[in-house]
Design a protein around this ligand. Structure first.
Ligand SMILES: C[S@@+](CC[C@H](N)C(=O)[O-])C[C@H]1O[C@@H](n2cnc3c(N)ncnc32)[C@H](O)[C@@H]1O
Length: 251
């Protein structure tokens, strides 16, 4: 018997990522894709190797506050708790943060599979070998098969020119979401920035809950997803739209 199509919804929130995750019920999420402002970004910025992150007239972007490595333990504990059984978690980071984050995520209960590579195609900044890639750490809770076993572990896509600091291309998010969710499932991003993951989720017919601490990120995300809502039929809700009757939600 055909199942009814689940309603496509998105919910945006503005608070500290861990506080936000703590407000969500256990096992309520099908995929977490996130890109925290990890500590080592601040170091790259301080020595000027990531000029795109500085405030400049051309970008009009101010840098955001970093999320200290010392908070990864509470972050991953909450991410693990809110994920349903048999789901995936993708964490964007650089190689320095990967070494720190991997054992902490494993301690929280995740199985680490491998780093995927986002290949940015053009040369970036750097004093040594010039930077052209970023890691996306691929973790699993329980056991879930990827939707397509023929997809490569290197995703090539150009960086966003003059975007929000460290904005990720929608297509990179699309690959992850398409691989690890079914239509109608729920994707979340506790550090959503411009909601590039949110755009990919809604375009693919997945619901999205996003959070960011910054006014600017919220404004960009609101505008971006509102523009998509008409096209995709997604509905904006003002509280977590959970099916569990114990969790109250409204509009
Ligand atoms: C690397 S950016 C995310 C960019 C995003 N992937 C995109 O494509 O636009 C990290 C985001 O985390 C936010 N942030 C910093 N500290 C936070 C915290 N404690 N809780 C939630 N968000 C935070 C920043 O405002 C920033 O927008």
């Amino acid at each position: 018997m055909p199942q009814p199509t689940p309603a496509l919804r998105y919910w945006l929130s503005q608070m500290d990522a861990v506080t936000w995750l703590r407000s969500l019920p256990d096992a309520s999420v099908d995929l977490v894709v996130t890109d925290p402002p990890y500590e080592s970004l601040e170091k790259h910025r301080a020595v000027g190797t990531t000029t795109r992150l500085k405030h400049s007239k051309s970008s009009s972007n101010d840098w955001f506050t970093v999320f200290p490595n010392a908070r990864f333990e509470e972050l991953f504990r909450e991410v693990f708790r809110v994920m349903r059984k048999n789901t995936h978690f993708y964490l964007f980071c650089d190689q320095e943060t990967a070494f720190v984050a991997k054992p902490i995520a494993e301690q929280a209960g995740f199985r680490f599979w491998k780093p995927l590579i986002w290949h940015k195609v053009a040369l970036g900044m750097g004093y040594h070998y010039r930077s052209t890639y970023e890691f996306i750490l691929f973790f699993e809770k329980g056991k879930r098969k990827l939707n397509d076993l023929g997809i490569a572990d290197v995703i090539s896509e150009k960086r966003i020119h003059k975007g929000y600091p460290t904005e990720k291309p929608v297509r990179v998010n699309r690959v992850l979401i398409e691989q690890s969710t079914a239509p109608g499932e729920l994707v979340i991003d506790p550090f959503m920035g411009t909601a590039s993951a949110g755009q990919a989720a809604l375009e693919l017919g997945r619901s999205f809950w996003g959070n960011d601490i910054s006014d600017k990120a919220l404004a960009i995300a609101e505008e971006r997803l509102a523009a998509l809502a008409a096209e995709t039929g997604a509905e904006r809700v003002s509280k977590a739209p959970l099916e569990q009757p114990a969790f109250e939600w409204g509009r």
